[in-house]
Write a protein that binds this ligand. Structure first.
Ligand code: CNA
Length: 250
């Protein structure tokens, strides 16, 4: 609705310390599917259907590295994806001095590709990969180039693991602290493109004590009832239009 969009622009205008908290829905307009809409896979060896969450779990990685990397390369790596209107709008808000941090559950690196500088990646990034044995660093191209094999370190032979927080693995303590602090200091928290069902990440929004809570998501979330403004529309288009209006001063 037009009135909601006007309100979003007004909130952005008055805010000085915005924090954005987002998830997979932020990147669907860049062609990367989210998890709630993704199909799981039928595992031939186990003879059971597995959800995306089970397929990117620590147990699965340890027990079935071949299958893990097949799913991972097919469903989580999108080397050609480009930032969309939401990524670009957030980078612009940061440059305008209005946005303090982007907190993302995404692992695709698209916020940095759009120019955002303070990005807290709660679940890591597919762009960083480390040998489990010697710690050598590898970029995403190495994971692609070694397909269909499990990527092994050319130096020591160890398995190269994506710097991605798999299900059953803990989040990075420093990233949690930085996120909690940024959200706690924010005057406006924009939550977008996330189902808010993955914990502990989703629980971090409880640190917010500022003035404006905005929710932009295609489907209902548990935080809708707490929000001052709820917009159910594609977030790339909504954020791009709001920041464009803000820049034009209309
Ligand atoms: P999710 O649980 O898949 O939820 C996505 C939410 O976004 C849903 O509620 C959708 O309705 C909503 N949505 C989808 N498209 C749009 C859009 N264009 N505009 C507005 N809303 C939209 O994803 P979450 O991030 O909440 O949490 C689950 C996991 C999935 C996180 O840990 C991510 O790391 C992981 N994941 C990341 C990526 C990525 O990096 N791009 C892709 C797929 C999954």
């Amino acid at each position: 609705m037009e009135a909601d969009r006007e309100k979003l622009t007004a909130i952005l205008k008055e805010s000085r310390r915005i924090v954005f908290f987002g998830g997979a829905g932020v990147s669907t307009e860049s062609g990367i599917p989210d998890f709630r809409s993704a199909d799981g896979l039928w595992n031939e060896k186990l003879q059971i259907a597995l959800t995306p969450e089970q397929l990117v779990s620590h147990t699965y990685f340890e027990k079935y590295p071949e299958d893990f990397f097949t799913f991972y390369r097919e469903k989580l790596l999108y080397p050609k994806a480009k930032p969309n209107g939401c990524h670009r709008a957030l980078a612009k808000l940061e440059k305008m001095g209005k946005l303090q941090a982007v907190v993302t559950q995404n692992i695709d690196g698209l916020h940095q590709a759009a120019g955002s500088e303070t990005v807290y990646e709660l679940h890591g990034s597919v762009l960083r990969n480390y040998c489990q044995q010697c710690g050598a660093f590898y970029g995403v191209q190495f994971i692609l180039d070694t397909a269909p094999e499990v990527p092994h370190c050319p130096r020591c032979g160890g398995i190269v693991k994506p710097d991605v927080v798999l299900y059953e693995e803990p989040l990075n303590d420093q990233v949690i602290r930085d996120t909690a602090e940024a959200i706690g200091m924010a005057d406006t928290l924009i939550i977008g493109g996330t189902s808010l069902v993955v914990y502990p990440a989703a629980g971090l929004i409880r640190y917010f004590q500022g003035k404006h809570l905005v929710l932009i998501n295609m489907t209902e979330t548990r935080a809708d009832r707490l929000a001052e403004l709820v917009i159910r529309a594609p977030i790339g288009e909504v954020m791009a239009a709001a920041v464009e209006k803000l820049s034009c001063g209309t």
